[in-house]
Design a protein around this ligand. Structure first.
Ligand code: SF4
Length: 487
């Protein structure tokens, strides 16, 4: 598909909208006047001038033009997106349930609109101006209410701490994350851990100097439980030494891959104050696990969950993914039921995203992606209804690019077990001090203005280790950015 932009620079948004309809297709964007040597059979021109938005569609079947007046130039992007959406919906036969929204945080948009216009009008705007389906508007409103209760715990000088362990036992077929398999890079872990402990100490000094109070700690990845019990013990001690955790509401460690979970590691976590672990089956069917390259079994998931309970964890999350290869609607429903039979405190229901760097992306084609999207829609509906019936409530929600069916990922929790870190990261309302390769610190102005700056670490463990002095210098940048927000 070729997309031409005339008199507007909405490249990013309009391209993402095209990708929502055609996730596997090549989409090229050109400025006005460009003449590609190999024009695509489907060509779209988005044009804005003198209060009129127009979109011209050329396909092998003919040419059509849609226009809409738009007196407010600040609304030109949305108006063009609506015209484009209507055409692509007709052309593809697919109706994205989140309408023209392509961003990852629809609930944040609803919150901002609700602050300006009140919640009822904000919901009406999502329906009419952004073409979001009534079901998704209802889900966004429900999530907004539950998320607000969690966000109300935020302190003005609060912050959260993220620590990344970018190692996994094997690479999942759907993963595009910068994770490095242990098989290849086991030798990097000791040096990585040394550097990580130094960075944690530097981040702790920044928090202390700025008077930040740590409200949550999240150790994610990758798979943190790829580390041995003694390495985990060292990491947790470094965190305890660096930060005052007396006001910490929760402490999470992703024990994502059941094949990395042992009794000893769980004991180390529990004894060191970790309050929540995530054990992620993704599916409760071994044939599907095999298809996605997870190299663990459902029996291992059950065993890991039992070990976590025995170790004393009262707050366990489990992740599932809708739309996995080889999975079926019935299989997914069965996975939901099996997970619920274990009575976890929270369940996060993801939808498969066809990330470009993943193996799965190479194996999918447009038609298969469309069909998987339709099945994933049914799967999410089942999960949503079943979890609500079991007393779980949605409390955070996000979307990813190339997610099947343009759907979403939703965190459900039994009341009182919502994860604070997940909500602040989605609302971008709190400073997150992030440590580790690929981690990004978010510096958020404490005055509620929404001002935000990001400071990124190097992506790959090798660079992170070998350029560690630069990593530490960037922690000083964090200090300066936050101090500047306070002036
Ligand atoms: S466990 Fe997560 S980070 Fe690791 S390979 Fe699988 S999807 Fe990627």
């Amino acid at each position: 598909m070729d997309l031409f932009l005339e008199n507007n620079d909405y490249h990013y948004e309009l391209e993402k909208l095209c990708r929502l309809f055609y996730p596997m297709q090549r989409i090229r964007v050109f400025e006005k006047g460009a003449a590609p040597a190999d024009p695509d059979p489907m060509c779209i021109t988005a044009h804005f001038r003198d209060g009129t938005a127009s979109v011209t569609f050329q396909t092998p079947q003919g040419t059509s033009v849609s226009e809409s007046s738009c007196e407010d130039a600040s609304d030109a992007e949305r108006t063009l997106a609506v015209l484009l959406w209507r055409f692509l919906q007709k052309e593809s036969g697919f109706t994205p349930q989140w309408g023209i929204l392509t961003g990852i945080r629809p609930v944040k948009l609803l919150r901002r609109l609700a602050e300006r216009f009140g919640e009822a009008e904000a919901a009406g705007r999502l329906l009419e101006d952004y073409l979001v389906s009534p079901q998704k508007v209802a889900l966004a409103r429900e999530t907004l209410h539950n998320e607000s209760a969690v966000l109300s715990k935020e302190k003005e000088n609060g912050c959260s701490v993220y620590v990344g362990i970018p190692f996994c036992p094997t690479r999942c077929a759907y993963c595009s994350f910068v994770s490095t398999t242990v098989e290849k890079t086991m030798r990097l872990i000791p040096a990585y851990l040394d550097c990580l402990c130094r960075e944690i100490a530097a981040a702790g000094a920044v928090a202390k100097d700025l008077g930040l109070s740590v409200q949550s700690v999240y150790i994610g990845g990758g798979t943190p439980t790829t580390l041995s019990a003694s390495q985990l013990s060292r990491l947790l001690a470094a965190i305890r030494c660096a930060f005052d955790l007396s006001a910490c509401l929760e402490y999470t460690v992703e024990a994502g891959r059941p094949d990395t979970v042992t009794r000893e590691k769980l004991q180390v976590l529990h004894e060191n104050g970790v309050t929540r672990v995530s054990i992620n089956p993704q599916t409760m069917h071994d044939d599907v696990l095999e298809a996605i390259g997870r190299r663990h079994t459902t029996a291992q998931t059950l065993a890991a969950f039992a070990l976590a309970r025995e170790a004393g964890f009262q707050n366990i999350n489990m992740d599932l993914i809708a739309g996995l290869p080889r999975d079926t609607y019935e299989g997914f429903c069965d996975s939901v039921r099996q997970v619920l039979a274990l009575s976890p405190e929270s369940v996060t229901v993801h939808t498969l995203a066809l990330k470009r760097a993943s193996r799965i992306y190479q194996e999918h084609e447009e038609k298969a992606a469309r069909l998987s999207g339709a099945v994933a829609t049914d799967m999410l509906r089942f999960a949503d209804q079943t979890l609500l019936a079991e007393g779980f409530l949605p409390y955070y929600l996000y979307r990813q690019s190339r997610i099947l069916g343009g759907l979403e990922n939703v965190g459900f929790a039994k009341p009182g077990n919502e994860n604070f870190y997940n909500t602040v990261i989605m609302d971008e309302s709190q400073t997150i001090l992030a440590c580790g390769a690929g981690a990004g610190t978010k510096v958020v102005a404490p005055d509620g203005s929404g001002r935000l700056k990001r400071v990124f670490n190097f992506k790959y463990p090798y660079e992170y280790i070998h350029r560690h002095e630069e990593v530490l210098a960037r922690k000083e940048q964090v200090r300066e950015l936050y101090a500047a927000f306070c002036r």
